[in-house]
Design a protein. Structure first.
Length: 176
């Protein structure tokens, strides 16, 4: 009885360890897709004379207005207005979504750590009132998933204005 429990536990642990391993084939495909995306973004930026900078991870950005105020955290709630395009065939921007309006009450509200990785890495480069353009490789967006009208491996181009930051209140602060 004890021997079968030990063997069962060993099998469970072995399965957990195997599940934690990354798939080298997926990493190769993901890396190749990122290289493809970066080449397409570089061509798009050059063709459209966009003076973008690039992070080590492959996110392209232009800070149009830095904004003011304190830095914020991934757990904070943000209110933003944005206009979004995806790059069809990596070169032609096609509109797919927008909350851009002159009325700040119509801004999108979300906790930063629930957004795509490109937003999580890019939006913190500005502060409240700031504006940023993010050109996001598919790896930092929706990857190889179809989302709404976006094809797989879509490169996204966002114009974002940070309207407000609502800091997450920690439990200790709530009790004061």
């Amino acid at each position: 009885m004890l021997k079968s429990r030990i063997i069962g536990l060993f099998v469970v642990v072995l399965c957990l360890v195997a599940a934690c391993k990354t798939d080298p084939l997926y990493e190769d495909i993901e890396g190749a897709q990122l290289e493809t995306d970066i080449k397409l973004i570089e061509a798009y930026v050059e063709k459209n004379k966009i003076e973008a900078k690039r992070t080590d991870e492959g996110l392209f950005y232009v800070i149009e207005e830095a904004g003011a105020g304190d830095a914020f955290r991934l757990v904070d709630t943000l209110r933003i207005q944005y206009k979004a395009n995806f790059l069809k065939d990596g070169i032609q921007p096609l509109f797919f979504d927008s909350t851009a309006s002159t009325d700040p009450a119509l801004a999108t509200t979300f906790v930063l750590n629930t957004g795509i990785e490109g937003w999580q890495k890019g939006i913190p480069m500005i502060r409240k009132g700031g504006k940023i353009r993010l050109i996001v490789p598919s790896k930092m967006a929706y990857q190889n998933r179809v989302v709404s009208k976006l094809p797989i491996n879509s490169i996204l181009d966002f114009d974002i204005k940070l309207i407000d930051v609502i800091p997450k209140v920690e439990k200790e602060e709530e009790n004061k």
